[in-house]
Design a binder for this molecule. Structure first.
Ligand SMILES: [Fe+2]
Length: 228
């Protein structure tokens, strides 16, 4: 039997040490956005009504790259957009083998996630998104008693679920666990299911996220919203 893993799931890890001033500015803007979450009905009434109708929740309906000029941290956001795009193109070229990785046009949305003690990220994937970049800006400190009592998946670890439709399998062989640290940057396909173990450290856990799509030079520019 010859097995060819023809289409693996590429997950990239990269350490990016942002200048401290930029890291602090990004944390500040993300904490401010987090504090405004309750204003969604006012900021985006149509989206809020849609999510309410579906019985769902929405926490990050904004794009920091798009609204950068409205923030005092605009320079930090521009710097991070550049860093994120360089990383994204490296991922497209090396992980996905895209020959035009340096030339394709990218579109994206930048948002963030702020967690305090007891919070976690519920299982999800990024709908309609080609690939995702996550960068950890702050990971808290202290001791997680529960996570420390078991060898399974460390404190507030990111858990990535095997996307293959294989038969029943021991779950611990179906999950990859990645331990966050400041500066760790991950790129994954948007379809990849993921979640986090609870954050039980002191301080805040803050990550900045970019949803990327590749705008091809084929037929994408001809697409329009349908009338019916
Ligand atoms: Fe996510």
């Amino acid at each position: 039997m010859v097995i060819a893993q023809m289409w693996a799931t590429p997950v990239a890890q990269q350490q990016i040490d942002l200048p401290e001033a930029i890291r602090e500015a990004l944390i500040a803007v993300l904490k401010r956005k987090d504090a405004e979450r309750g204003d969604l009905a006012k900021r985006a009434p149509d989206f809020h009504a849609f999510m309410k109708d579906k019985g769902f929740y929405a926490t990050s309906h904004y794009n920091l790259f798009d609204e950068a000029d409205a923030h005092p941290e605009r320079e930090a956001l521009r710097s991070f957009e550049r860093v994120a795009c360089l990383s994204a193109r490296e991922y497209l070229g090396n992980a996905l083998g895209l020959r035009e990785a340096r030339d394709v046009q990218l579109s994206g949305r930048c948002f963030g996630n702020v967690q305090r003690k007891g919070d976690r990220t519920l299982p999800h994937y990024h709908q309609g998104v080609d690939f995702v970049l996550v960068h950890y800006l702050a990971v808290g400190h202290g001791v997680d008693q529960e996570a420390g009592s078991t060898p399974r998946n460390g404190p507030h670890a990111l858990l990535l679920l095997d996307p293959r439709p294989v038969p029943t399998f021991p779950y611990w062989e179906k999950v990859h666990s990645i331990q966050p640290r400041v500066g760790l940057t991950l790129l994954t396909p948007g379809y990849l299911w993921h979640e986090t173990n609870p954050f039980r450290f002191d301080g805040d856990r803050v990550c900045i996220v970019v949803n990327f799509n590749v705008i091809t030079n084929t037929y994408a520019e001809l697409h329009r919203p349908m009338r019916f």
